[in-house]
Each structure stands twice: as C-alpha cells, then as structure tokens.
Design a protein around this ligand. Structure first.
Ligand SMILES: Nc1nc2c(c(=O)[nH]1)N[C@H]1C(S)=C(S)[C@@H](COP(=O)(O)O)O[C@H]1N2
Ligand SMILES: [Mo]
Length: 198
C-alpha cells in the first residue's frame, strides 16, 4: 500500500479518534528534556500551593490512600504520534483537587515536576473526569523514563501537558507559560485543533 493508502486506512480504522496530522504508533516513544530525576519514595511529596486556602502536601503513602481509578484513553504527542487505548491506573485529578479549597481568583495551574519541568494548564482543562495522576500503564508500574513513580495524564491535550515525575501544582490567577510553552509551543495545545505551536 502506498503512503496515501496507508494514511487513508488509518483514518478509516481510527476515525475521529485520530487528530489531524497524527500517525498511530504501537510503541511508546520516550521524550523529555534533560535527564531522568532521581526520586526516593521515602522523601517524595506532592504539594498544592498558590491560590488555595491551605497548601497541602502528600507523602507517597498518603497519595496512594486516595481513591484510585482505571481509565482508558488515547495520547497525542505534538511530534505527530498518537497511541491508542492506554490503560492507566492512578488517582483522578478531581480527587486530588478536592483536598484543597481554591480561592475565588483561582483560574490556572502550573504543574511542576521533579527535575524542574513545568507546564501550564487552565483549571478547567485540568479538572476533567478523564484526567489522572497515573502510576501504572497497561497494568505495569510506570518505568522511570515514562515518569515513575507518578505522572499527570491529560488525554485531551498534547502529551507535553502530561508532566512526568509530577511533584505539585501551583494555583494561579492567570495563564503563565510553562517550559515548552515558553519555547513556542501553543499555550493550550488541543490536538484536534492542531494547536501545536504559537
Ligand atoms: N517532567 C517532564 N515531563 C514531561 C516532559 C519533560 O521533558 N519532563 N516532556 C513532555 C513531552 S514533550 C512529552 S511528548 C511527553 C512524553 O511522555 P513519554 O516519554 O512517556 O512518551 O512527556 C511530557 N512530560
Ligand atoms: Mo513532546
């Protein structure tokens, strides 16, 4: 089959689930800036600060005691691969956000990772039922290169929003660019609108 034929076949197979300009992959590429941070579960913390009445800080045990879910979704990387039907286990973002009281001016979030990576997201895009802090993928603990022990998964936006090695959220009144957003990636990054770069 020629390239055009193959693309047509993929489009037919995945239909509306394949965003424009994307190609399905069966593998799982590893993409990140810098090196994999060293993390120790004994000292690991996840913190929410900024525009909240009381900042909160979870130990690994406390985080694991939150309600967990299994969710299946598709991921879309801005470098043009999409990976369908990922099974994640983790804690819904909504469960984590329930543990803080947001101040009335709260609108946006900076997600922080061990190692210094950041990415911005609106509270509305973050607090959706399909988003989770995942520690398993397809039944296995996340590998170090894919974000062990825990990463954010936001399937409706390009995958750079899904911070690996997540360590906290800072709640903000307005949008501020994160790491890739500062280097020209789109501030929101909806794959179905092809919001790749700004
Ligand atoms: N902490 C951290 N998270 C990150 C990144 C990063 O550089 N550091 N890269 C992002 C980008 S650009 C992509 S495409 C995905 C890649 O995730 P994967 O390596 O599990 O496929 O992670 C995102 N999360
Ligand atoms: Mo990426």
């Amino acid at each position: 089959m020629n390239l055009f034929g193959r693309r047509e076949a993929e489009r037919e197979k995945w239909g509306d689930r394949l965003p424009p300009g994307q190609k399905p992959t069966d593998g799982w590429p590893v993409l990140h800036y810098g090196s994999i941070p060293k993390i120790d579960l004994d000292t690991w913390r996840f913190e929410i600060s900024g525009l909240v009445e009381e900042p909160v800080s979870f130990s690994w045990q406390e985080f694991m005691a939150l309600p967990q879910v299994n969710l299946r979704n598709d991921i879309h990387c801005v470098t043009a691969w999409s990976k369908f039907d990922n099974d994640w286990t983790g804690v819904p973002v909504s469960e984590v956000l329930k543990r803080v009281q947001l101040k009335p001016e709260a609108r946006h979030v900076m997600v922080h990772s061990f190692g210094g990576y950041t990415t911005n997201i609106s509270l509305e895009d973050l607090n959706r039922p399909e988003n989770l802090f995942a520690f398993q993928h397809n039944g296995e603990s996340l590998t170090k290169e894919h974000g062990w022990p825990m990463r954010l998964v936001v399937p409706h936006l390009y995958f750079w929003k899904s911070a690996k090695w997540a360590r906290g959220l800072v709640i903000l009144p307005e949008e501020r660019p994160g790491f890739w957003e500062m280097y020209g990636y789109h501030i929101r990054g909806d794959p179905f609108k092809e919001e790749r770069y700004s």
